[in-house]
Design a binder for this molecule. Structure first.
Ligand SMILES: Nc1ncnc2c1ncn2[C@@H]1O[C@H](COP(=O)(O)OP(=O)(O)O)[C@@H](O)[C@H]1O
Ligand SMILES: [Mg+2]
Length: 464
């Protein structure tokens, strides 16, 4: 639902056929004489600019001038080369201008040989600039004002709003903002959103993964919808806008004041059940499905620290990973999974036990044991700093023994300990004991990499 801005700015000596091709697609080709004029029209919201490349010096200068001006406003930059040598040169400059993300660069601009003018015109006809900048004034409620190009993305995303106030959220890897807006002069109804800004490719992959996981079937209520027409694309970064989850608290905070059984049950009966709808039976080496980043050398620190504590003899990293990889194949259910289900990505609505999951960036098909395993191990190891939740090393040593499902009656009053047991009671209905040990072992090793000796020791207890 992008604003229709079909003007296409033409700069340099271009073949007349481009004008005809553009006009045939209901676009408005507008030749300009100077780069200043081109920049002015881009700022006013032209959909694309097409530049012909002359010699190398001119090309470099033009790209330098036009590149950010065009792309910051979401326009497509089309470069037309007269012959092969110009084409190679243009490609090289394009790659050099985006060293970290050359494919992302090509997604924002197109280099065409003269013979490919039709394809370029089609590409422009399909291109959406998203929103333009507007005059929205952005006010900070909490945190530092974002840098200039990020501010521009925020202004584009909320260009229809009267008032926009930002609050920095305590984020994970990204720094998300809560955005409170008043949309119209007439109806001064407030609305709240969450915006994340990140590199174009990362944001695009988060949008695709979320759409894949939630698109048609994970209904409204279990996941805050992405507001697609506010997701603008800039030169190097994009913005992802989703609805703010109102009147809800993170699972970690919820557990400090509530008993876990109902909330944990509604994670499994709610969003996870919907994700499991299309599960398929499979058989394989679940222990080999560990994240590619886990390597023996990342585990030595935790291993040596475990030995220094000297509670018991543990297997060294190579042997432990080999045991995981060589564990016999198991039958499992392969299903669409959240893929990052730690307790910081789970909200519980106030006064109910309805669950909302956020952050589907890593969503993919996995064995049904992986989400529960990640959730329980996050409850054991990802503490909020103030949490005095009574989870002691002794409790974890007792909970993380095989058979894992057999430890649901280990006595504890710690809310996170009880929550871990509730997750296991639910998981027992989804995955065999063998599969679950492997899934939990993988999660424990992931925490052990972060130099956690106890996680390493528990992994050794859990991996067969
Ligand atoms: N839709 C939302 N509603 C309310 N808070 C949110 C929402 N999305 C994110 N947050 C807050 O921002 C934090 C980080 O967001 P998240 O999407 O998990 O980003 P990251 O990729 O950094 O983990 C969350 O833990 C939560 O506190
Ligand atoms: Mg997160």
């Amino acid at each position: 639902m992008s604003v229709d801005r079909p003007e296409v700015v033409l700069l340099g000596r271009l073949d007349p056929s481009i004008v005809a091709e553009l006009a045939a697609r209901r676009l408005v080709p507008t030749p300009v004489e100077t780069e200043t004029e081109a920049a002015r029209r881009l700022k006013a919201g032209a959909r694309a600019i097409v530049v012909s490349v002359g010699n190398s010096v001119q090309l470099a200068r033009r790209l330098g001038h036009l590149f950010s001006g065009a792309l910051e406003q979401g326009a497509l930059l089309g470069i037309v080369a007269e012959d092969e040598s110009q084409f190679d040169l243009a490609s090289e400059i394009a790659y050099r201008s985006h060293p970290g993300d050359p494919d992302g660069a090509f997604a924002r601009y197109d280099i065409a040989r003269r013979s490919e003018i039709t394809a370029l015109a089609e590409r422009i006809a399909r291109h959406s600039t998203g929103r333009s900048q507007g005059n929205t004034c952005i006010r900070m409620r909490k945190g530092a004002k974002p840098a200039g190009d990020r501010l521009l993305l925020l202004q584009r995303a909320f260009n229809d709003c009267l008032e926009v106030a930002l609050t920095e959220l305590p984020g994970g890897a990204s720094t998300p903002w809560r955005i409170d807006v008043i949309r119209h002069q007439t109806s001064r109804l407030p609305a709240s959103f969450v915006a994340k800004i990140g590199n174009i490719e990362k944001i695009q992959s988060e949008i695709s993964a979320t759409q894949l996981a939630c698109g048609d079937h994970l209904q409204f209520g279990y996941v805050p919808p992405i507001v697609e027409n506010r997701c603008a694309v800039g030169v190097t970064e994009s913005i992802l806008v989703s609805r703010f989850v109102d009147r809800a608290i993170l699972l970690s905070l919820y557990l400090e004041t509530h008993s876990p059984a109902l909330a944990v049950a509604s994670i499994f009966d709610g969003p996870l059940r919907v994700l499991r709808t299309h599960a398929a039976r499979d058989r394989g080496y679940v222990g080999r499905m560990l994240p590619p980043g886990i390597k023996p050398r990342h585990l030595y620190h935790a291993y040596n620290a475990t030995r220094a504590i000297g509670r018991r003899v543990v297997r060294p990293p190579r042997r432990l990973l080999a045991a995981l990889r060589n564990a016999p194949p198991v039958d499992y259910a392969r299903c669409l999974s959240h893929g990052d289900l730690h307790h910081g990505n789970v909200f519980v609505r106030q006064n109910t036990t309805e669950i909302v999951l956020i952050d589907f960036a890593r969503s993919k098909e996995l064995p049904s044991s992986f989400d529960p395993a990640e959730l329980e191990v996050s409850l054991a190891f990802r503490r909020s700093p103030q949490a005095l939740d009574g989870v002691t090393d002794d409790l974890l040593l007792a909970l993380y023994r095989r058979p894992l499902y057999g430890q649901c009656s280990v006595p504890t009053t710690a809310s996170r300990g009880l929550a871990i047991q509730q997750v296991r009671l639910q998981a027992a209905a989804l995955a065999s004991a063998e599969e679950y040990s492997l899934a939990v072992g993988i999660q424990l090793l992931w925490h052990a990499q972060k130099q956690r000796a106890l996680a390493y020791e528990l992994a050794d207890q859990v991996i067969p």
